[in-house]
Design a protein around this ligand. Structure first.
Ligand code: BG6
Ligand code: MG
Length: 216
């Protein structure tokens, strides 16, 4: 029997990828780099600074900025992103999320957030689901980002369970790879791009039976 659930945030609990995209697209355009939706897929699950590096690589501009200038670019993107997040409400939870979390609580199954986003507490608060999570891993404490399993291992530790006793939920390939490397059962939440290596794939959490998942 599985004993805990570990969730990615962006793309699993709520659809913030569109806001990340708007903010990165504008920032990239300001420095003469054009990104499209296909390229944006690569940024899912990847930290803020790694995302900027990938954009700079796309535009052949990795060496064009000092680390202070890169910090300033990343922080400019974040200011715009946080502005876009102001309008989030509980209505922005993805279908089935609230019911799933309530059912998990009812069954005594603890839940964690394993997100690369430093904005996770702010977003969970806006969505009104902060109290539904027992653990929120602080990405600032990690030495490696997804696809490294570190964030998922830390989430399991926070829940006081073995990673192999957890079910992980992810919409990004880097996240699925991290969940599997941690030794967890992986649920892929399909958002339009193919996901490889997930144990099961769903379009929304309403497609899942908690009892069946716990029995995996
Ligand atoms: C992940 C997103 O959840 O968080 C990435 O999928 C994002 O696109 C990363 O870059 C970091 O987010 P933030 O909010 O700290 O810039
Ligand atoms: Mg995600």
């Amino acid at each position: 029997m599985k004993k805990g659930f570990v969730f990615d945030l962006d793309g699993v609990i709520t659809d913030t990828a569109k806001y990340h995209y708007i903010a990165w697209k504008e920032l990239a355009a300001e420095i003469g780099i054009e990104i499209d939706l296909k390229f944006n897929e690569q940024l899912k699950g990847i930290s803020r600074m790694d995302s900027l590096e990938r954009i700079l690589t796309l535009g052949n501009k990795n060496d064009a900025y000092s680390s202070e200038e890169k910090d300033a670019l990343a922080s400019k993107k974040n200011t715009h992103y946080v502005q876009l997040l102001q309008s989030l409400t509980p209505d922005d939870l993805l279908p089935g999320v609230k019911t799933f979390l309530e059912e998990a609580k009812h069954k005594g199954i603890p839940c964690a957030i394993a997100s690369a986003s430093k904005n996770a507490p702010f977003i969970l608060d806006k969505l009104g689901v902060m109290q539904d999570f027992d653990v929120i891993v602080d990405p600032a404490t990690l030495s490696k980002g997804k696809p490294d399993p570190e964030i998922f291992i830390q989430a399991a530790k926070g829940l006081n369970i073995e990673p192999s006793d957890a079910v992980g939920f992810e919409d990004a390939q880097a996240g699925i790879d991290g969940i599997k490397a941690a030794g967890m059962y992986a649920v892929g939440v399909y958002s339009g791009e193919e996901l490889h290596g997930a144990d099961t794939i769903v379009e929304k959490l309403t497609d899942l039976s908690i009892d069946e998942l716990l029995a995996k």
